[in-house]
Write a protein of this length. Structure first.
Length: 206
């Protein structure tokens, strides 16, 4: 039993990879999370580089992989070597368990994936065991996460750590207002104008 978000897809334009990374880093900083920039390449073929970012958005929530294979596919940490060797047959499913983190962590991840789908990953597929991706129904998500006792402890710890008292955490209006603010923050951060426009081949030749 748990609550997991699964996703797979590919970057539509590899020339926008740097901008994709910058947006993900901006979001992690806005949410008070952590991010790690990744660069690695296979020993046999240095041209096959895996790059991207790893995000730790909320305490208790698993690391979010936004690593990109040489083909432009999203991949997991466990598939880096296979990707460097060209051994993946297609874009794999990536997984993030959210049940041990706070409710707003699940919401932030869903909203981030939705924004990245619009801007960079048009073929992104998402499966959300909390059903928030499909419905944006906070009550259903809360009920599913509440079925796991550890999720209840993780939610209380996460809310306390982010500035809400235990009384406020129990007030649904306060919690809803906070989650709505997080959703707006995610969309505002990821909808900023591109800082790295696509490369212009003619200018490069000059």
């Amino acid at each position: 039993m748990g609550v997991t978000i699964s996703y797979r897809g590919s970057l539509e334009d590899l020339d926008r990879l740097e901008d994709f990374e910058d947006r993900a880093l901006d979001l992690a900083l806005e949410l008070g999370g952590q991010a790690q920039v990744w660069r690695s390449a296979g020993d046999d073929d240095p041209r096959r580089m895996v790059r991207g970012v790893l995000l730790n958005l909320y305490p208790g929530q698993e690391t979010v992989s936004l690593l990109i294979s040489p083909e432009g596919w999203l991949i997991n940490l466990t598939e880096i070597e296979e990707s460097e060797r060209g051994q993946l047959a297609g874009p794999p499913w990536c997984f993030v368990k959210t049940q041990f983190g706070p409710l707003e962590g699940h919401v932030a991840l869903v909203e981030m994936l939705a924004a990245l789908k619009r801007e960079y990953l048009p073929n992104l597929e998402v499966h959300d065991e909390g059903e928030y991706w499909e419905t944006r129904d906070l009550a259903t998500l809360s009920a599913k996460m509440g079925q796991v006792q550890s999720a209840i402890d993780g939610l209380a710890e996460g809310l306390d750590r982010h500035g809400l008292s235990r009384e406020a955490a129990e007030d649904p209006e306060i919690l809803l207002a906070r989650i709505e603010r997080i959703a707006r923050l995610v969309h505002r951060t990821l909808s900023r104008p591109a800082e790295h426009p696509p490369a212009d081949g003619e200018d490069d030749d000059k």
